[in-house]
Ligand binder design. Sequence first.
Ligand SMILES: [Zn+2]
Ligand SMILES: [Zn+2]
Ligand SMILES: [Zn+2]
Length: 89
Amino acid sequence: MKNNGCQHIQSIEEIKKPEAYVCEECRKSGSRWVHLRTCQTCGTTLCCDSSPGKHMTKHFHQTGHPVVISAEPREKWFYCYVDEAFNQY
Ligand SMILES: [Zn+2]
Ligand SMILES: [Zn+2]
Ligand SMILES: [Zn+2]
């Protein structure tokens, strides 16, 4: 675990939880995902980099929203794309 002085994660006051355990982009295209991530800026839930679509990474490149959490119920961590920082909560 590393936290390269990430201010994005530290500034989060309330964690946005996934509203549904689906990647909307994968559902549209009919593809499968491996794990889900939830954007902490807009609350969108999309798939991880182990999934063929890599939709959360694309979301970051399109929007600049830096921080996601794992949407998996047993995982409790943040990830910041900008700083490549992980943090448990
Ligand atoms: Zn950061
Ligand atoms: Zn996806
Ligand atoms: Zn977002």
